[in-house]
Design a protein around this ligand. Structure first.
Ligand SMILES: [Zn+2]
Ligand SMILES: [Zn+2]
Length: 231
């Protein structure tokens, strides 16, 4: 699995805050040119927006100067949900996205629930860095020294369903993550992050706590690859 490695950097977990005026955020209703689903023809639903700050540039060394945000989208209103782990690719440019490879599907009425909104309310977040100590706890869980329940009960680590730019071995003890290639340059795409449906939104993005959304990124071509798996 390819991921962003920097010395003394172990990734971020995403913490919701009261302010909506933050660099990175969940939801929001900004319309980005081209961001509609070619299967069900509705706008793609923004899940999370990463602002390409100096801190993010320090981790993604090859990201173009012109790219200000990385919008992470998905479509839950067509039947792509029936096929776990199918990858949907798009490329990101300044205020536009373009499809590269989209699996075929069709609109399903009332899925994932009735009156699924076109957008979700914007929720501001902070990105909090994992410490070396927390990283070690993860490693110890992965190697069987601790079990998750003890780790959570004893507050040894902040447990988050939503993390970015971390080592994917943190989350993939069941082997769900894929190694995928960028459809433009054919190089392996790096793991970008994953999101569950745990937000304090009034309506839920997925409407079910089992699926996990995963995103990979090619910073040279600005390609996003996304899929979901059922945990
Ligand atoms: Zn769709
Ligand atoms: Zn590429």
């Amino acid at each position: 699995m390819h991921y962003y490695k920097n010395e003394n950097f172990f990734g971020f977990y995403i913490k919701e805050v009261d302010s909506v005026d933050t660099d990175h955020f969940f939801g929001g209703n900004e319309i980005i040119n081209g961001a509609f689903c070619p299967n069900c023809e509705r706008l793609l639903t923004p899940l999370f927006t990463i602002k390409v700050t100096d801190e993010i540039r320090g981790i993604m060394k090859f990201i173009p100067e012109s790219l200000e945000i990385i919008p992470l989208f998905y479509c839950w209103t067509c039947d792509l949900f029936e096929e776990n782990e199918i990858v949907f690719y798009y490329s990101v440019g300044p205020n536009c996205v373009k499809y590269l490879k989209v699996p075929k599907g069709k609109k399903v009425d009332g899925w994932p629930y009735k009156n699924y909104p076109p957008f979700f309310e914007r929720i501001g977040v902070e990105l909090i860095k994992y410490s070396r100590k927390e990283y070690q706890v993860y490693i110890d869980v992965c190697t069987g020294k601790f079990n998750w329940l003890d780790v959570i009960n004893e507050n040894m680590i902040i447990f988050s369903d939503n993390t970015i730019l971390n080592n994917p071995c943190f989350i993939d003890n069941k082997g769900h993550l894929k190694t995928i290639k960028c459809p433009i340059c054919c190089k392996p795409m790096k793991y970008l992050g994953k999101f569950g449906d745990s937000l304090k939104m009034q309506n839920k993005f997925i409407g079910n706590s089992s699926p996990v959304m995963v995103f990979h990124f090619c910073e040279v071509c600005c390609t996003v690859g996304t899929y979901h798996y059922i945990d």
